[in-house]
Ligand binder design. Structure first.
Ligand SMILES: Cc1cc2nc3c(=O)[nH]c(=O)nc-3n(C[C@H](O)[C@H](O)[C@H](O)COP(=O)(O)OP(=O)(O)OC[C@H]3O[C@@H](n4cnc5c(N)ncnc54)[C@H](O)[C@@H]3O)c2cc1C
Length: 403
């Protein structure tokens, strides 16, 4: 089967690319191939099935969400900013809403409907979709005018939109990295991101299911490696948005082979010791703490700090005060592992951005090979950023590839 543009991967990046490319009436058309029997399986499962599709943001905010190399994403963002994504989705019959935090969802609360609408729009536009067909090898053109070839397809240009390595049951099993590597592209070692953390300490398990709305989680001694937000205790450690957003950096540090020390800042529970000693000196510290933290957790923190639960503020020694203050400001935990790729929502690492042009997403090593989505070495926090990156990078690549 021959095409002007072969898109490997029918995820959000591949589907938006197909839609953009189909509108350009390429002479031999657009072909999308996916290894799963259903397209966009991860998109349909996103946001717990509700699909947090994007996030209202300026280009500066968007770049900042992707960290150190975030500026790479700006040309794609300019090609399809959030308001244009919303208009594109509206064109295919998907109305969207914005929540107070700026997160964009389908009004129907159904990510599967978004996937179905995009697939239907692609089909209407003449895109050919081949499912249940993994691409295992990709051969570059032998002469300047020759096509790219796989075992059964040929195309003038190829877009590799095969995703990362997270949640392989939903399609992305890392085989896109293998295809790029075989063509000489450098792959920044993939690690799971947006995943839970497993701790050496067992006390978090005793509070499994408990969540705290506002905690700062930081990698100990590493400047700037901190995230603030909700924290959830689990039966193996910790999770929740703050932890998920830090997890990629923890996973990267774990690659060195040693456990990673982290700290929880429970600043909202920090007593003003001097005032309390004067005004509530006879009050047990535990009773005060339990007003600012769940009672059982307050007990655990006191135990970790070595402070007897029935001690009153007036009887607290200077050393005990320091110990308790330290545990509330920087409660230590030791991360031994993460939830792994199976339990992660994003992959940190991927095709090196140095080898890809940001304005066309074409690889610098091979002609007419483009990259989009999570396959590239960019990952953002929770909140719709990763899906927006998939959509806008796919859209940019599909607007230029195969000409
Ligand atoms: C459970 C879960 C919930 C999530 N929720 C959100 C959310 O609410 N908001 C958000 O912004 N992000 C969310 N994410 C992340 C987001 O879904 C991804 O970042 C996004 O799907 C990446 O899009 P993509 O098109 O690059 O890759 P994918 O969606 O992974 O699609 C890649 C496609 O390529 C196919 N493929 C892979 N290899 C081959 C091959 N060799 N041959 C042929 N086909 C191949 C796969 O089958 C797959 O269909 C979530 C992720 C998970 C796992």
């Amino acid at each position: 089967m021959d095409a002007s543009l072969l898109i490997i991967g029918a995820g959000p990046a591949g589907l938006l690319a197909a839609l953009a490319a189909a509108r350009r009436s390429l002479p031999r058309g657009v072909l999308v191939v996916d290894r799963l029997p259903v397209p966009g399986a991860k998109l349909a499962a996103s946001g717990g099935g509700r699909g947090n599709l994007s996030h209202v943001a300026t280009e500066g905010e968007f770049a900042a969400a992707f960290g150190r190399f975030g500026r790479f994403a700006i040309p794609a963002f300019r090609a399809l900013p959030p308001e244009r994504l919303r208009a594109t989705l509206a064109d295919v019959g998907i109305a969207t809403v914005v929540d107070p935090a700026g997160r964009i969802y389908p009004r129907s609360q159904s990510a599967a409907q978004v996937r179905d609408a995009l697939v239907a729009a692609c089909t209407r536009a003449g895109v050919r979709l081949v499912l249940d067909r993994p691409i295992r090898s990709l051969a570059p053109p032998e002469t300047p005018d020759a096509p790219w070839t796989t075992d059964s397809f040929s195309a003038r240009a190829v877009l590799l939109a095969a995703g990362g390595q997270s949640a392989p049951r939903l399609g992305s099993d890392g085989s896109g990295f293998a295809l790029a590597r075989a063509l000489g592209y450098q792959i920044v070692p993939p690690v799971p991101a947006l995943t839970s953390l497993r701790t050496a300490e067992t006390w978090p398990a005793a509070h499994s299911g408990l969540s705290l709305p506002d905690v700062t989680v930081a990698i100990a001694g590493k400047r700037g490696a901190a995230e603030r937000g909700e924290l959830l205790f689990t039966h193996r450690g910790i999770s929740g948005p703050a932890v998920l957003n830090l997890s990629g950096r923890v996973a990267r540090d774990l690659q060195a082979g040693a456990p990673v020390p982290i700290e929880l800042d429970l600043a909202h529970a920090q007593p003003d010791f001097r005032t309390l000693r004067q005004e509530a000196g006879s009050r047990p510290i535990h009773a005060w703490l339990a007003r600012n933290l769940p009672r059982a957790l307050a007990g655990t923190i006191l135990e970790l700090a070595g402070t007897p639960a029935d001690l009153t503020f007036s009887r607290l020694s200077a050393a005990q005060e320091q110990g308790l203050a330290r545990h509330l400001r920087a409660c230590p935990l030791t991360v031994r592992g993460t939830g792994g790729f199976d339990d992660s929502m994003a992959t940190a690492g991927g095709v090196s951005l140095k080898q890809v042009r940001p304005d066309t997403l074409e690889g610098r090593l091979t002609p007419r090979l483009h990259f989009a989505g999570e396959l590239l070495d960019l990952d953002g926090p929770t909140g719709g950023w990763n899906l927006h990156w998939a959509f806008c990078s796919g859209y940019l690549a599909g607007s230029v590839a195969g000409a």
